[in-house]
Design a protein around this ligand. Structure first.
Ligand SMILES: [Zn+2]
Length: 228
């Protein structure tokens, strides 16, 4: 097994532990993948439910670009269809993180987009929704692909991300580290919006996210910074 593939298998295990520990996914679902040359590496089925995201490198599946398993001690994630389709359509995408992130799920359940309320989130733009498709179906995979084609600029900057209604977040980036980073940034924004909603009695700023985001955009523009 090539060294770069072994190193990536170890990295995916580490990111999986972080994703679970930081409540960026739950025991029920979530998956991580990366492209290394002509190979796709992806987490196994039931990574949370059976293994509590304490994965070993040999459990990470190594597959061909068209989804044929070459190595790995377990079955590949049930959501792998979406991953392979994204790699097929986005040659620049080399890492994908899908998580049932605790704070993002509140927005998924309510059908509310997440605005980029912090400077660090601006490259990601507003995080909206793809069309509904049941989990692990072709319909969901195609819906995610379609939605992320509208986020090509965000992919060039950091990551292209979309929420699946009532389900979770999908992040596609040029590296798997950036895909993880994007999920954490979006969950931070979701957490801040949720937590500060109780501050609205103290300050009108706390609930005026649209105005606050527009103000941040204006401030950045003064420095010639692109905003979305
Ligand atoms: Zn899921």
């Amino acid at each position: 097994m090539a060294t770069d593939i072994q190193t990536m298998r170890e990295k995916i295990c580490e990111l999986g532990r972080l994703l679970f520990d930081r409540k960026l996914t739950d025991a029920f679902g979530g998956n991580i993948s990366a492209r290394v040359g002509k190979h796709i590496l992806i987490t196994p089925r039931y990574a949370g439910a059976q293994f509590n995201w304490q994965l070993k490198p040999e459990q990470i599946i190594v597959a061909t670009a068209d989804g044929k398993k070459l190595e790995g001690s377990d079955e590949m994630s049930r959501e792998s269809r979406a991953h392979f389709r994204l790699y097929e359509d986005f040659p620049k995408g080399n890492g994908i993180v899908h998580g049932h992130a605790r704070n993002i799920l509140a927005f998924c359940a309510a059908g509310v987009p997440i605005p980029p309320i912090l400077e660090a989130n601006f490259p990601l733009g507003e995080i909206g929704f793809c069309e509904f498709g049941p989990a692990i179906t072709n319909e969901l995979a195609e819906s995610i692909v379609k939605a992320l084609h509208k986020k090509e600029d965000a992919l060039a900057d950091l990551a292209a991300c979309v929420m699946a209604p009532w389900h979770g977040i999908f992040a596609l980036a040029q590296t798997v580290d950036d895909a993880y980073n994007a999920v954490e940034l979006i969950d931070n924004a979701a957490y801040i919006i949720l937590m500060s909603s109780g501050l609205s009695q103290l300050s009108t700023h706390a609930s005026g996210w649209v105005e606050r985001t527009a103000l941040l955009k204006e401030e950045l523009a003064k420095y010639g910074k692109p905003t979305e």
